[in-house]
Design a protein around this ligand. Structure first.
Ligand SMILES: [Mg+2]
Length: 269
């Protein structure tokens, strides 16, 4: 089932329209899970990790609050550095990301203590995995290293295919992550994974807008900092209050096979 590493999808530049391809109902469904706020609650350990990284880099604690809000790890670090008047050159950024990975590796037991898996997440992943026509991975602002730490600490790794995931270490801009995951899935499985019916599941308007602008089917889950109304307003194709109702999750995801993502919302929000 694995392998032709050489294929590259054609028409990649059509991604944001979602119009390049047929619904692809016969192919496997690519389902991409956001991690923080969606699959797990990190219990504030991520913010702590950013702060500790800043302190280790600069010798002083950050003076401004850290607001991830769905940004990628490198984007959060860049913002924090800039807020403190530090020029985020490529060298500084590389050093910051490396330090963040190191910090995260050292906070695993704290993450296990303070964080938790979101209710229903393991059952939802298992139910989708059991279908046999779904490839599941993550689409996250975390670096790949930190994503794997978080997912494995909470025992969710089994059914997720890390190799086709999209990470903050692939690109700093969240909206660029969907094409990254689709390209990786196509390269690994040797079949096209068009924007429709690819599914993105996330807890912030930033997730939803990134999904919609990439032409995928976006499912909002109101388990993070944003409620059902905010996720609906950001253009989600389906919104769930949480992941506890497994059949509702599966139904929402499979909505991508029935419904096209539809008109892109206006991107001003
Ligand atoms: Mg999130």
């Amino acid at each position: 089932m694995i392998a032709k590493g050489e294929r590259t999808p054609s028409g990649e530049h059509g991604d944001h329209t979602g119009r390049e391809s047929a619904p692809g109902a016969a192919g496997p469904l690519l389902v991409l899970w956001d991690i923080d706020g969606t699959l797990i609650d990190n219990g504030g350990v991520s913010k702590e990790a950013y702060a500790l990284t800043f302190t280790r880099l600069t010798g002083r604690p950050p003076e401004h609050p850290i607001v991830p809000a769905g940004r990628t790890d490198p984007a959060v670090l860049r913002l924090v550095l800039r807020q403190h008047g530090i020029d985020a050159t490529p060298d500084v950024m590389a050093q910051a990301v490396e330090e963040l990975n190191r910090v995260f590796g050292s906070l695993m037991s704290r993450l296990a203590e303070r964080g938790h898996v979101q209710m229903g997440a393991p059952a939802a992943i298992a139910a989708l995995a059991g279908r046999g026509d779904v490839v599941q991975s993550v689409l996250t602002g975390n670096t790949r290293h930190n994503a794997q730490v978080k997912v494995s600490v909470f025992g969710l790794a089994g059914a997720l295919d890390y190799e086709v995931g999209a990470y903050g270490s692939d690109t700093e801009v969240r909206a660029d992550l969907v094409p990254v995951a689709r390209r990786k899935a196509t390269a690994k499985y040797g079949i096209p994974f068009p924007p429709a019916p690819t599914v993105l599941i996330g807890d912030t308007p930033r997730d939803i807008r990134a999904g919609r602008s990439s032409g995928v089917f976006a499912v909002g889950v109101a388990t993070g900092a944003y409620g059902v109304d905010a996720l609906t307003a950001s253009g989600a194709n389906a919104v769930l209050p949480d992941l506890r109702d497994t059949s509702a999750v599966v139904g929402a995801v499979l909505g991508a096979r029935r419904d096209r993502p539809g008109r892109p919302t206006d991107e001003t929000g």
